[in-house]
Ligand binder design. Structure first.
Ligand code: G4P
Length: 529
């Protein structure tokens, strides 16, 4: 197959959802359609389950699973689909943000009863900022839930989307009769055993025909006719360009658990979802069709086995072909590197591959050369736009609890930060190290992993910080900036890239500083022009 054909047949996306909305179940059904797995239950949930084991042991269990689910690839009707895993747990939101830099589109799963939940709001906001094309799947229609129109309203208001229903439920919960597929103009009846079978659909070109009445009964047929008329009146008609530019979001309804409405979603997805998209580097826009290979690291996964400390760096291929045993430039190190066993991902296996194409993800064994955000090329010195760090929510001093092991401790901290587990800040005035995290769970993970993987011990001390803000000024010599540095001396720190950071102890002190020093910009993320 030609290079261009390989690019055109790839779809790389992520499924985002609040925990429990049905992401794992939907992923599994998609894999079943692709024939990638044979039975339900084969895809392990990456969810943090609350239960008998302590939370951080649960995270270790989850970490083991998440290697297997990092990338799930399968073929469907000649299309190569790569699903990138996105943890729904809020403490891992940063992982998900980073993964979103490697997807070309997303599917958002919403629970019909719970509606739009907190994590969905946050993740969709990130996708909206990046104009990532989104399709919404309203799940659990076999249960009693919100009225479809109310829910569509909620999705528009809370998520800031412009929805365009491409399917519509006939009834719900106990009365759930099936789905009218607006996209294909047919009706799919819910029989309850579609779990096992791939359902039969009935073509309905004209909603007024008797066929519909015969299928679902008088009342449901009339309701549906009214509802579809309303849909046509209220919502914009589907326009692929609007979808691709993030201006419009198609919505599907179904029940992942019952494998209902999933085929409709998948068929439409492979037709409309974008092939690998061009990516902006600091220097220029890079197109997938370009001959020379380029790619970037969006995730690093440490080996679970402490005796084998190698890590797997996940590279998204942006342009050209990635070939095994070929020297590529690690731009940050300005060093050529060859990879003898790049892994490609299939359903739940990984395999060594000779060649990969734009849209694909390869896993490279790494002994500490890579950091999240690193660029690999055939020689050109370009840098893919960094993956921003967001201000952490929690801050603690980290202390060395075993003076004999300080080397191990610093190495461990360094590597865990490269993996993106947390952020490290060094206070300007006393050199003390502060760890900032999105969730409190990460502190236990870091402590556990430092001990088990690096043989180092640490303790924490609370530190009262509200937000970390990255500081920018046009004039470092101004009196105003000098005063800021002097007055806020105790609250200033450096991040890993030596950028100046202000650790504000309260919202109030941040607001006061913003007022008092108008020539200084306080950024909430580490990436700014
Ligand atoms: P997540 O990955 O988004 O966190 O959600 P997951 O797929 O694990 O689904 C969460 C729960 O919702 C699971 O039940 C799952 O079976 C259920 N579920 C998913 N889709 C549907 C659906 O279409 N209808 C109904 N009624 N339930 C659905 P659980 O009891 O938490 O887990 P399990 O014991 O069934 O594995």
């Amino acid at each position: 197959m030609s290079f261009l054909k390989e690019i055109n047949r790839r779809r790389t996306f992520g499924i985002i959802a609040h925990p429990d909305a049905g992401k794992t179940t939907l992923t599994e059904k998609l894999l079943l359609y692709g024939g990638a797995i044979q039975e339900a239950g084969a895809v392990k949930s990456n969810k943090i389950k609350k239960g008998a084991t302590s939370d951080f042991m649960e995270i270790e269990r989850q970490r083991g699973i998440s290697v297997a689910t990092s990338v799930l690839a399968f073929e469907y009707n000649g299309i190569k689909i790569n699903i990138l895993d996105t943890p729904g747990h809020k403490d891992f939101a940063e992982d998900t943000y980073r993964t979103l830099t490697a997807v070309d589109s997303v599917i958002v799963v919403v629970d019909v009863a719970k509606g739009v939940e907190e994590q969905t709001e946050k993740l969709v906001e990130v996708c909206r900022m990046r104009n990532i094309p989104m399709i919404v799947f309203v799940n659990k229609l076999d249960r009693e839930g919100k009225d479809a129109f109310d829910l569509l309203d909620e999705i528009e208001q809370k998520l800031g989307l412009t929805v365009c229903p491409l399917s519509f439920p006939i009834g719900m919960g106990y009365d759930f009769k099936g789905i009218y597929n607006i996209w294909e103009k047919n009706v799919n009846l819910f029989s309850g055993d579609s779990r096992k079978n791939i359902e039969e659909t009935t073509e309905i070109q004209d909603l007024d025909s008797d066929v519909l009445t015969k299928l679902v009964g008088d009342k449901a047929a009339d309701n549906l006719r009214e509802e579809i008329e309303l849909v046509n009146g209220i919502y914009p008609t589907f326009d692929r360009d609007d979808y691709l530019t993030g201006k419009l979001q198609p919505v599907f309804f179904g029940s992942a658990l019952n494998n209902f409405g999933v085929r409709e979603l998948l068929d439409c997805f492979v037709e409309i979802a974008p092939k690998p998209r061009p990516k902006q580097s600091e220097e220029r826009l890079v197109k997938p069709e370009e001959k020379d290979f380029t790619g970037f690291v969006f995730k690093i996964h440490a080996n679970m086995d402490p005796n084998h400390r190698d890590r797997l760096a996940f590279i998204k291929i942006v342009s050209g072909e990635f070939k095994r045993n070929t020297p590529y430039l690690h731009v940050r190190h300005n060093k050529k590197m060859k990879f003898s066993s790049p892994n490609a991902f299939f359903a739940e296996k990984k395999q060594i591959v000779d060649i990969s194409y734009p849209g694909d993800i390869v896993g490279l064994h790494d002994t500490g050369n890579f950091k999240i955000g690193d660029t690999l090329t055939e020689g050109e010195k370009i840098h893919y736009k960094g993956i921003p760090s967001f201000s952490p929510e929690h801050f603690r001093y980290i202390n060395n609890a075993d003076p004999m092991k300080s080397k191990q401790l610093y190495k461990g901290i360094d590597q865990l930060m490269d993996e993106g587990v947390a952020q490290l800040f060094t206070l300007d005035f006393n050199g003390r190290k502060v760890i900032g995290t999105v969730g409190a769970l990460q502190y236990e993970v870091i402590q556990y992993r430092l001990e088990h993987e690096y043989g180092a011990k640490c303790t924490y001390e609370n530190l009262n910080v509200h937000k970390a803000c990255w500081i920018q000024t046009d004039d470092e010599k101004s009196e105003e900036f000098k005063e800021f540095l002097r007055v806020k001396q105790r609250y200033l720190a450096r991040d890993k890239r030596n950028q100046l950071v202000f650790l504000a102890d309260s919202m109030f002190s941040l607001q006061m500083s913003q007022q008092k020093y108008p020539s200084i910009t306080f950024h909430m993320t580490s990436e700014f022009e």
